[in-house]
Ligand binder design. Structure first.
Ligand code: G3H
Ligand code: 13P
Ligand code: ZN
Length: 328
């Protein structure tokens, strides 16, 4: 059944677990996520970015989610908009059956320019007011995602802040977080503490200097009732880098967010953990392998089925590691 983010994360807080939010762009990813949730009896958050909505089309995505919910009626599914950038993207998501939206006002509508306080509070509060009339949950973001190593925002895919950012921008300020939640009434708060989107987060295994988990602990102490969200939380596992490179890929060595850091976050109020890159890599590794091993193959099912299975395996691992398994 479909549930809201608020319902799901309230339960997660009560029972002390986290919920991965997996990105979806197509049928294969949807089937893979649901197979994993079903296998370990977990609730799940499925999220679509604006790019996903353009790629798959809102109508197709909406019917796909209907189908997934119908196929697995016993699995609680929260359908969430990832990184909405204005009122319109949030409202149109609601019209298509999303039970939760992210209004990311940490950046201006262009998705590149860091926003000021009044802009972020104003637009987030407007979305929260509208969404709550319709029983839809809202995630806001305070602080800009980006690397504490380089001071740069996300470099990939043209999204993320442009140019150099200060430590002040890259780390959510706990005092401001308290004010932000009070003024916007968001159900969940995404915070910045050194993660960024994509595969190239860290040039070494992160420690406290470049992955500021202590910020989460401080914010949770000040806001014990607020559900915290970690973006850019792919772990970028070594074995997935290796399989891609073994079969013709060229990914430079990189590090993501270690699962044990996320587990530590879950002990301190992190309830939603966004993961896209790991699933992209899991699928691509298998597609590369199959096509390399069988250069004569041209039936997409022959490589998409192993790709789906690899994604299911990864989703299952995260559902188990975050304590979501068994909570459906
Ligand atoms: O926001 C980051 C997610 O990985 C979605 O990426 O905008 O390329 O669909 P996307
Ligand atoms: P990753 O790129 O680390 O998977 O992060 C995804 C994300 O934060 C989506 O909003
Ligand atoms: Zn994100």
């Amino acid at each position: 059944a479909r549930i809201t983010l608020r319902q799901l994360l309230d339960h997660a807080a009560e029972y002390g677990y986290g919920v991965p939010a997996f990105n979806i762009n197509n049928m294969e990813q949807g089937l893979a996520i649901m197979a994993a949730a079903d296998a370990v009896d977990a609730p799940v958050i499925i999220q679509a970015s604006r790019g996903a909505r353009q790629y798959a089309n809102d109508v197709v995505l909406a019917r796909l989610i209907d189908a997934l919910v119908e196929l697995y009626p016993h699995i609680p599914v929260c359908m969430h908009l990832d990184h909405g950038n204005n009122e319109a993207t949030c409202v149109t998501a609601m019209q298509h059956g999303f039970t939760s939206v992210m209004m990311d006002g940490s950046l201006k509508e262009d998705g590149k320019t860091p926003a000021d306080w009044d802009y972020n509070v104003g637009i987030t509060r407007r979305v929260t007011e509208m969404a709550h009339y319709g029983g839809v949950s809202v995630e806001g973001e305070l602080g800009v995602l980006g690397s504490l190593e380089t001071g740069m925002g996300d470099k990939e895919d043209g999204h993320g802040a442009e140019g150099k950012l200060s430590h002040d921008q890259l780390l959510t300020n706990p005092d401001e977080a308290v004010k932000f939640v009070k003024e916007t009434q968001v159900d969940a708060l995404a915070i910045a503490m050194g993660t960024s989107h994509g595969a190239y987060k860290f040039t070494r295994k992160p420690d406290g200097a470049i992955l500021a988990m202590h910020v989460i602990e401080e914010i949770h102490r000040r806001l014990p009732e607020t559900h915290l969200v970690m973006h850019g939380s792919s772990s970028v596992p070594q074995d997935l880098q290796d399989i891609i490179n073994q079969y013709g890929g060229k990914m430079p060595q990189t590090w993501g967010v270690p699962v044990e850091e996320i587990q530590r976050g879950i002990k301190h109020g992190v309830r939603k953990i966004n993961i896209d890159t790991d699933n992209r890599m899991a699928m691509t590794g298998q597609i590369r392998r199959i096509l390399t091993e069988n250069p004569g193959e041209f039936d997409p099912r022959k490589y998409l089925k192993p790709a789906m299975e690899a994604m299911t395996k990864l989703c299952k691992e995260r559902l188990e590691q975050f304590g979501t398994a068994g909570q459906a």
